[in-house]
Ligand binder design. Sequence first.
Ligand code: CDP
Length: 587
Amino acid sequence: MPKLKMPANLPDPIINENAKIVLKRRYQKKDAEGIVYETTKELFWRVASAIAEEEGKYKNSSCKPASLARDFYDLMTSYRFLPNSPTLMNAGTDIGQLAACFVLPVEDDIEGIFDAVKHAAMIHKSGGGTGFSFSRLRAKDSVVGSTGGVASGPLSFLKIFNCATEQIKQGGTRRGANMGILRVDHPDIMEFIKAKERDGDLNNFNLSIALTETFMKAVEKKEDYDLVAPNSGETVGTLNAREVFNILVQKAWESGDPGIVFLDRINRDNPTPKLGEIESTNPCGEQPLLPYEACNLGSINLGKCYAKGRNGKDSEVDWDELKRIVHLSVRFLDNVIDASQYPLEQITRMVETNRKIGLGVMGWADLLYQLKIPYNSQTAVDLAERVMKFVHDESRSASKILAAERGAFPAYPESTFGEANLGPYRNATTTTIAPTGTLSIIGGCSSGVEPLFALSFVRNVMDNDKLVETNPFFEQAVKDVDAYSGKLMEEIAKVGSIRKMDHLPEELRKIFVTSMDIEPIWHLKMQAAFQKFTDNAVSKTVNLPASATKEDIWDIYWKAYEYGCKGVTVYRDGSKTSQVLCTGDGD
Ligand code: CDP
């Protein structure tokens, strides 16, 4: 439990109505009867003080724990920055596991497989999500040496992981989430691609196919490629790359699964190749990690980094404020590594060796609304690059300052930074763009770098709670043009978008675009712009209308490769029976 005393003059946080529900349900502490006994002020102080106390052990630190705790409190309660959910839930408690992202190895033997199931259960219980590559498992029907029998293959084991997650979810604070990855050259790839074709199958998994450069070249040339047995390294068959890609696209069109990740590209950016190869990402795809590695994330709310220009008229990004937030956030996230307790010794060792953190952004659409820049414009894409380059450069400079105070991450000498004499840095990676599914509700902002799903909509959260949300910048803008009426908002909540509302001013319709109004190409251009200056990856879903064709998805998957993305996920409206976000009446 934190020792720093709460200052008497600490202001109460201002919490929006939706956040109140979420915080109470999942984040504030409860007694054995399930009665909430922690106030939101105590919650944010618990987190701020627990993370600031870590500062005390660094003799050369430029900050004092007490004043740092206050800075962290202000940073969070002004919603300029929020750490990932496990940090908010567990910092300063007995659980103390603060990271959202884990990758576990799945070895090709029964003991290894069930170790991974057990370890995943431990991680889910603490609020973390797990990613696995199933690529090391021998193919279905291949021989099992010890028994002379035949192997059941990656997919049958995946079902066990899924089932275990299902059970843990009932006791945990949030649904356990998993990523399952298989290399495209694994002999069971076709079965894996089709694994989620029935709605509800493997419901606790996102699936992604790890595509290699060799495969992508073969798709381009319509050539065959080799399937390789992971246990023997032998070529056991060939498939036509173009046909596999087409089926992949077909399945993604049907249900959104599987997504794709570009494995070679991810490994090209692996800062510590000598420690191993990256085989998987975390559940939402934004954090590639080595086996047994974990990473804590945090997100800056860009909507709060808007400033009126010096002339009082033009609006711009408040760069000085953004710089201040980045530096404070990097210190926060580095301290989280020290404050966190991991469920396995191997994880503690890996985390302490690389000290990866993932600072990202949310509220991007909100910032664009304030700047009056349409999301689907080159101006927005150019600004995305500028903003993320700034965040990235400043995060690196903050990591350098920390290295001077506390030392470089232990693997630094053998890392790509060390070999190129670039550092020393405190962290092997500093930037990741997370989906911010719950953080954006708490912060009352648009999520990650996504456009708004709808200007006004009904959000389904946890156990059928329904929250109505209208974007505040939109509400204000409508008031400004004097077109506001309750009836209008009702109308908008039904369809989400104002694109077809001819009676509204054209400028308003251009600026206040939603994900469905935006051509897929702009989703991708935006993802690529942020990826260019992000160490890890960018969580982004290319949302498509129900009318989108397979060719549209083909094009998106291919362009994601061409544009330098590390992966991509698509979602065609209505292609799953249960959606997290929906317009209309929320059913
Ligand atoms: O907003 P919040 O911090 O709750 O999470 P997010 O940004 O939506 O997701 C970040 C990461 O948290 C995901 O990629 C997963 O690794 C993990 N996560 C999870 O384990 N279980 C969930 N239900 C949601 C997220």
